[in-house]
Ligand binder design. Structure first.
Ligand SMILES: Nc1ncnc2c1ncn2[C@@H]1O[C@H](COP(=O)(O)OP(=O)(O)O)[C@@H](O)[C@H]1O
Ligand SMILES: [Mg+2]
Length: 465
């Protein structure tokens, strides 16, 4: 810990220490003003945080604390007038209690600007090859994503939880994977769990595992995803859908990284980094009592909001060409967009965000029908313009039925395209599914799932696998 800038906390720690620790400071708590003065002289802290009852912070004390010029953060019950130190005073910020980790981080950034030599930096950090080649370039196509990339690199190695927010399809998973790949856990597992995919009891067993005989049907011990994520990262997708009973259990795990399997007594410790994402408004869920406030604050130490694609339209042509290259390679094609298609692409609002754009390009490559793709975009735009004639910018958010329409068109066409390609290849290799999975560059398991999803079956009874 030596070498880290010290953050001196005067008064009640109340989680402040942990929060500033995640920012790279060494927290030192002093209960009494005299003790704090002493520490300030001896340790030259980069920052002093005062969390005393309102009346205890007297003008005299404030004057003494300010004397060395150390930036100050004051926590008060009511933001409002504070006993201002006379004369020149150091950077100072007042926060109203209760203080959320997000507020605290923001306030630290205000009193200690990024350029400050006292703010821990991670510029000397070298990232893994995978992060640099696979993820970093994808987060470079717009200023908004570059800002996210900067945060990713700053927090990669601070073991804090991160909450990813944003609409569906904007790239939350991608950014979460980037955090893992940029961290020193990159060689460990990245385990994703979709909290909306399973009902409560199953989800509990999925996350924490169960012992043999824990419930009917538990024939053998099963390890949970948290155990698999040991020495790696666990990513809890759609955390807003987590049932309340499980939220309580998760809160404990987030706090101590300890839990027991269902039906077990043994306490299992894991070393994992917890990331979570949601496209739900969690603040509304909090106010309806559907999401625990304590868990919210635990998860939301760092929040990364990934903006919708319509707010970063400069990425559309770049992403389209990235996807075009990728799918051309994947499907052994050599397709090109018509020039007018490129223009249209950039003007579509893409309510399904990057995922929708990706599917559109995949469909274009598989079907290879430039005119049809062009018409599809034109039709989508016409509908949007009709329903949205009052909104001037062509990128204004579309109305709900259009959103649904375009997404549904995309989904259906992608499925049709996949089905067609799948059937062609399977027929060609006489339903040798190992061979088919190799040609289609998907895993054997994925291929089997796709066959079921697309409702394909072999007519001849003799199958070879
Ligand atoms: N910046 C990007 N560059 C390339 N592909 C991206 C980018 N952002 C998202 N994608 C792709 O778009 C799809 C949806 O992204 P995902 O991270 O799953 O979104 P979310 O989790 O927000 O719903 C994925 O296939 C992802 O690989
Ligand atoms: Mg996701």
């Amino acid at each position: 810990m030596a070498g880290k800038p010290v953050a001196l906390i005067l008064g009640d720690d109340a989680g402040i220490g942990q929060c500033v620790q995640t920012m790279g400071f060494r927290p030192i708590v002093a209960d009494l003003p005299n003790h704090a003065m002493e520490m300030q002289r001896r340790l030259s802290p980069a920052l002093v945080l005062v969390n005393l009852p309102n009346g205890d912070l007297t003008p005299r004390l404030l004057r003494r604390l300010s004397r060395s010029g150390t930036p100050l953060l004051l926590m008060q019950d009511e933001a409002g007038p504070i006993p201002g130190p006379e004369g020149p005073h150091p950077p100072l910020c007042v926060l109203k209690r209760p203080v959320s980790p997000g507020d605290l981080r923001a306030a630290v950034r205000i009193v200690l600007p990024l350029s400050s030599p006292d703010l821990p930096t991670h510029t000397d950090r070298t990232f893994g090859k995978r992060y640099l080649t696979e993820y970093a370039p994808l987060l470079d196509y717009s200023a908004k994503m570059q800002a996210i990339k900067e945060i990713v690199e700053q927090v990669a190695d601070i073991n804090t939880t991160i909450l990813f927010r944003g609409e569906s399809g904007v790239g939350k998973d991608l950014v979460a994977r980037a955090v893992h790949a940029a961290s020193s856990r990159a060689d460990g597992p990245f385990i994703k769990v979709n909290c909306a995919a399973l009902p409560g009891e199953l989800l509990e067993s999925e996350l924490f595992g169960h012992e043999k005989g824990a419930f009917t049907g538990a024939y053998r011990r099963k390890l949970g995803k948290f155990e698999f994520a040991n020495e790696g990262t666990i990513y809890l997708d759609e955390i807003g859908e987590l049932p309340l009973a499980l939220q309580a259990k998760l809160l404990h795990v987030v706090q101590d990284l300890q839990f027991s399997r269902i039906g077990g007594r043994e306490l299992i410790r894991v070393d994992t980094r917890i990331l979570a994402s949601t496209n739900r408004n969690l603040e509304v869920a909090l106010s309806h009592g559907e999401f625990r406030e304590d868990l919210y604050y635990r998860l939301n130490v760092v929040e990364i909001h990934v903006p919708p694609l319509r707010e970063r339209p400069e990425e559309i042509p770049v992403l389209a060409s990235v996807f075009l290259d990728r799918f051309n390679r994947e499907y052994h094609q050599n397709r090109e967009f018509l020039p007018q298609t490129l223009t249209l692409l950039a003007n579509c609002p893409w309510p399904g965000n990057v995922r929708e754009l990706e599917n559109f390009v995949r469909r274009f490559v598989v079907l290879g029908n430039a005119e049809r793709s062009q018409q599809e975009l034109e039709a989508a735009l016409r509908t949007i313009k009709r329903t949205d004639s009052l909104a001037s910018p062509s990128l204004a958010p579309p109305t709900a039925d259009v959103t649904h329409g375009l997404r549904e068109i995309a989904r259906r066409a992608a499925r049709d395209a996949e089905r067609k390609a799948l059937k062609e290849v399977l027929d060609r290799v006489h339903w040798n599914r190992v061979a088919a999975s190799r040609i289609l560059k998907v895993s054997y398991k994925t291929l089997l799932n796709k066959i079921v999803e697309c409702g394909l079956s072999r007519k001849s009874p003799h199958e070879s696998a």
